[in-house]
Design a protein around this ligand. Sequence first.
Ligand SMILES: Nc1ncnc2c1ncn2[C@@H]1O[C@H](COP(=O)(O)OP(=O)(O)O)[C@@H](O)[C@H]1O
Ligand SMILES: [Mg+2]
Length: 297
Amino acid sequence: MSSAAISVQGLHKTYGATTALQGLSFEIPSGRITGFLGPNGAGKTTTFRSLLGLTRPDSGDVAVLGLEVPAQLPTITKRVGCIIEEPGLIKAHTGRVNLMIAADTLGFGHDRIDEMLDFVGLTADAGRRADGYSKGMRQRLALAAAMLGDPELLLLDEPLDGLDPAGQKAFRARLRALADDGKTVVVSSHDLADIEALADHVVVVDEGRLVTQGPLEDLLGAAGTRVVVADRERAAEVLRASGIDVREDDEALSVESEDGAAIIRTLAEAGIYPSEVTPSRTTLESVFLGITGEGDL
Ligand SMILES: Nc1ncnc2c1ncn2[C@@H]1O[C@H](COP(=O)(O)OP(=O)(O)O)[C@@H](O)[C@H]1O
Ligand SMILES: [Mg+2]
């Protein structure tokens, strides 16, 4: 518990007749990148708002950096940087002036502004009015603003949404650099691919509840092979006889070995010829299939 950057226990939140969170509990480890993953409406933004005292849950316990919310929010907010929903920008001002205003509002000095503009690659555009910024530039400016107080924890709500692939890649690289520097980074997304490409740790939520949590590697499951073959039962017997674990699914065999060539050889030696042999790492994906019915959030 002591190493958890965030700990949430039994969080409930209703908005009138809508239940946003129903007993949500999870933990986020320090010093890593955690993906907070769930389909639209799962309760991600409500959770982030609860962590920062921007919304008051009906019940439940929330601790951020080991400090209780809401009692210790004044200390917490000094140590946490965030992007929640569309970052507010004053469009008539330049990027740099927006950061100056953000620093003043948050009670931080201006001493890190140049460094943060450089970090997010906006030095050359810092003197331009923000209404000429692209979506990606606005997101980068928001990241710079979130970093002004040199926070140890960053809470970023869907920061990759709407960025083009190159922009997403650059943004992910910046977040990785921050984690390498010892920061705890929490990124929400409704897109499994975003999180697979970025996170060390994953918390999956749906309908205001925890679905699963753990290191990404564990949730992806062991690498295996999917084998489509006419006589599944016999093929499974042959593979098991050669010491390879196999599970029979509805349409294919899930083979617990990455060595496709060895699988094909073993089956061929028994006169069995599969129609399809493909690498698979499906655990996390099957969790999403369970939630969304399509594997795409
Ligand atoms: N201010 C609000 N008023 C009413 N309902 C809300 C409000 N904020 C969120 N909700 C509802 O709570 C649920 C969770 O929303 P949200 O936390 O925004 O999910 P996510 O960020 O995962 O998409 C949704 O059903 C949403 O419509
Ligand atoms: Mg949201």
